[in-house]
Design a protein. Sequence first.
Length: 167
Amino acid sequence: MKKEITPLQKVRSLQLHLNKGSQHILLYGIAAASLIFGLKYLQWQFLMRDNAIDTYMGLSSLVFTLLGAWIAVQLMPAKRQTVKENKPPNAQTFNINEAALVPLELSAREDQILRLLVQGCSNAEIADELCLSLSTIKTHVSRLYAKLHVNSRFQAMALAKKLNILD
C-alpha cells in the first residue's frame, strides 16, 4: 500500500530540489504575485465603495439604452417601397398627328413635353418622366406656350384639339 503524500511534504521535497538562487526567485515571484493580487483587490474595493453610485448609474443607463434600442426595433414598421408609375392614374392616351406639328416647328423635346401635357402630367411628373430638372421643364413649357401663342396648359390642350394635333 502506498503512502499518501501531504501538500506540506510536496513543498518540502520541492525545496530540497531547488538550489538557493532559484528559491529566492520563487519567493520573489510569490511575493510579487501576492502584491499584485492585493493591489487589484484594493483597486476593486475602491471602485465599488467610492464610485458605487457612478458605476451603478453607468450600468443601468447602458441597460436601458440597449433596452430602448431593442424596443424601437421591435415597434418600427417594416419599410415599404413605393413604386411610382410613369403615367398619372387617370391619364388618357392620345394619338398625336405628326403632320399638324410640322408647321409649329417644335423641337423633339417640346414635342415630348406637349405629349405629356396633353396626358395631364404636372411639371414635376414631366421632369421625372424625362429625367430633367424642374426648371428645365418650366423653360421648355414656356417656349412651347410661346410657339403655340397660349398662356396655360388648358389653352395649349384646346389649341391642340382645334388644330387636330390630337387624334
